[in-house]
Structures are given as structure tokens and as C-alpha cells.
Write a protein that binds this ligand. Structure first.
Ligand code: GAR
Length: 203
């Protein structure tokens, strides 16, 4: 059984996709042992609790220094003792020591085709705003292993999505979620659980 901790910051639709895929058997031999948010009011926490999954917030402003916040975040993850950490709409950069500690065992979903529209400052809706501003005709989503950089780790899976005339950032975000994110993230988790995708490197 693959034990996963899911880190979130907001609405949690990717978390929902993972929970649904576990329930329907699309993700096999996997259990979500903890959901951790850096925002106390993230709806993702509610989604987890409604599903009977342990959920908690670890919020930066509750700690006197970044180091103490990082220590609390690391402790929350360690307590859950996951085999794999899944960043599912987690909009903070992980502390380097945490990435090192769980090296090769952290994956992230990013809402573009890396290496386009990624790195510092590219997260959430901002990614889709930048895509529309540049006028590209194809975008998509990427699942990758997390290394010490921002969106620089080995790519595991990508799926392309068409940009359509008249798209707003919100409309495009939803299409990228529906046609790419909610599909490839569960597929990758199942692949890791089944051993088809080896942790610590691409397939
Ligand atoms: C998703 O689009 C995810 O790819 C993105 O934030 C959104 C969270 O939505 N992540 C990043 O931008 C990471 N750099 P959700 O909370 O509904 O899953």
C-alpha cells in the first residue's frame, strides 16, 4: 500500500480527483494518510474531512520565523510517515531540507507544459494569464518529481490542451484541469503505486 501525503493551498480539485480515483479503483493500492494545507481556510481541507481523511493547516504567519514554519511543516509530514508526497495545488516552494529529506519521493502538478510558463511567480491563475498574454495555441499540464529548483525536476507525464479563441484565464484554467490535471495526476500516482514509475526518476 502506497501511503501518500497531499499538500494543498486552495480549492483542492486535484485532491478531489485523487480521492475519487482511489474510490473508483483508478488509483490502486494507495491510501491518503494526511492532507496538509498552508492556508487555514483552504476548501481542500474541508474536502479531505468530508472524506474522513486527517487534514490540518500549517500556516506561516503562526510561526515567528521561516525556519520554525519549515520545521512545523516537516514535522506534520514526518508524523504522517508517507511513502510519497504529492503537491496538488501547493503554492509555496518547499524548504530545501525537506526536498532533500524526501528526495525522489515528491511529485508536483504544474498547470503548463514545462519548460514553458513555469518557475518563480508562475502558479495558479497567473500561469494561464501568461499563456493568454503570449498567445500560445497549446498549453497543458505536467507532473514532475520535485528537486531543489522551482519546477525543474524530472518530468513524469504531460498532457496538451488547446487554447481557444476568447478564453479567459478562468475558462482556460478549468479546461486544463478537466482535460489534463485531473487525469495525469491520478495516473502517475497509480503508476508509482504499481511500480511502473520508479520513484526518484522519470518512467
Ligand atoms: C492547479 O491548477 C495546480 O496545477 C496549480 O494550482 C491549481 C490548484 O487547484 N498549481 C500550481 O500552479 C503549482 N505551481 P486545486 O487546488 O483546485 O487543485
Amino acid at each position: 500500500m502506497l501511503k501518500i501525503a497531499v499538500l494543498v493551498s486552495g480549492g483542492g480539485t486535484n485532491l478531489q480527483a485523487i480521492m475519487d480515483a482511489i474510490d473508483s479503483g483508478k488509483i490502486r493500492d494507495t491510501q491518503i494518510v494526511s492532507v496538509i494545507s498552508n492556508k487555514a481556510d483552504a476548501y481542500a481541507l474541508e474536502r479531505a474531512r468530508l472524506h474522513g481523511i486527517a487534514a490540518r493547516a500549517v500556516v506561516k504567519k503562526d510561526y515567528p520565523s521561516p525556519e520554525e514554519f519549515h520545521a512545523a511543516l516537516t514535522e506534520a509530514i514526518d508524523e504522517a510517515a508517507p511513502d510519497l508526497i504529492v503537491l496538488a495545488g501547493f503554492l509555496l516552494v518547499l524548504p530545501e531540507a525537506l526536498v532533500k529529506k524526501y528526495s525522489g519521493r515528491i511529485i508536483n502538478i504544474h498547470p503548463s507544459l514545462i519548460p514553458s510558463f513555469c518557475g518563480n511567480g508562475f502558479y495558479g491563475l497567473r500561469v494561464h494569464e501568461a499563456v493568454l498574454k503570449r498567445g500560445v495555441k497549446v498549453t497543458g499540464a505536467t507532473v514532475h518529481f520535485v528537486d531543489e529548483g522551482t519546477d525543474t525536476g524530472p518530468i513524469i507525464a504531460q498532457k496538451a490542451v488547446e487554447v481557444k479563441e476568447g478564453d479567459t484565464p478562468e475558462v482556460l484554467q478549468r479546461r486544463v484541469m478537466e482535460e489534463a490535471e485531473w487525469i495525469i495526476l491520478p495516473q502517475v500516482i497509480d503508476g508509482i503505486a504499481a511500480g511502473r514509475i520508479k520513484m526518484g526518476g522519470a518512467e
